[in-house]
Ligand binder design. Sequence first.
Ligand SMILES: [Zn+2]
Length: 391
Amino acid sequence: MYQTGYAIYVEDFIFLWHAALSGVEVQESGNASTHSRTSTSRAMRVQGEGGTLMLEAFAKRAARFARVAAEQAETIVGRPFRLVLTNAGYAFPNGANTRGALDELLRLPELSLGTETLLDVHTAADKPLWFFFVGTDGRRGAFLRVRDAAWERDADGELRPEEILSEETETVELTAEALRGSGATFGRFGGAFFSVVSIAYLALHGAPPELLRAAQFHDHLCPGVTSGYLIATYLKRHLPLRSPDERYVILSLPPWCKDDALQILLNTTPGKSGLYVIPLNERSKGRLRPEARTLAGVYFRVPREGSPAEGLILGFRWEEAYRLLGIPREAEAFRLENLLALDLLFAEYLDRPETFVHTLREISLPEGTRPEDLVQPGTDVLAALNLADPL
Ligand SMILES: [Zn+2]
């Protein structure tokens, strides 16, 4: 039964996929799917809870909402915009495709992908569509959210702006002084405050595009992401890939925000067996040998076949970062201004990762052993790597 169901599922999926690409109309009713190749329209119709909705209609609606938001933002922060952030393309409120908002924003002459003036930020699919517009002076930002209900109600494009955009527009002053002490405001912007402010602030201060990509994926730009950028730079320098046949495989040990940066920068995704995530609780951390207290993971260079994998066990000196910053590590490290200050500090060291990243030890795996063998269930990975005494 399972097999049959699965086969049907795959077949349906492939059909839907082709239909979406070729403009075939698809109607789904109840459990059974019926396919009718009736139209050359590029629309794909899916009948479901939200009624019959079309990609074209979504694209048009998303574009209109972006236009309304931009017009409103212009009256608050002024144009030309210096920077716009949005979760368009990732948000699917009530199943609505929000990508059309990106098309519309790219029509504004001051915005483009190449100049990093339009950044799309990863969010969960069920989040409302939002925009963050930074005005001409690069200091004031306005956050606007689209009401989820507007996607269904604006079928004829007649909703007024206040029916499309939720509540009052929230604004923020993007200066270090203004952001100081704003740690208590993490909940603003529907919870997206740190996400928006950190990426915008660092983008306006010249963060490199690869770091921005990592932050867009991670959904905020915290020192943890920047530490991942520093580790990737260190790795390319001290354990470079020598041919297209080699790849990195990482034992993330312990994991933190760095791992999202590493996925973007090195394409070491868990799904492609490039990243194995092993959490360390306080007890496990307590087992680490004193010299391994800075542990930031094991980074292997793996050949496709033949010679065994070699790697570096790396550490990250957070203490050094806090020392350079002049604040004690324990003291409210997660206040917004401290996170931003730390990011700005790291920005000075992007080409000097050795200030923080260091090699604890080199490692090479015995013939016939693969990195994942070290992290099989029941394996004491810390002892296997000689980072702690066996349990
Ligand atoms: Zn983070």
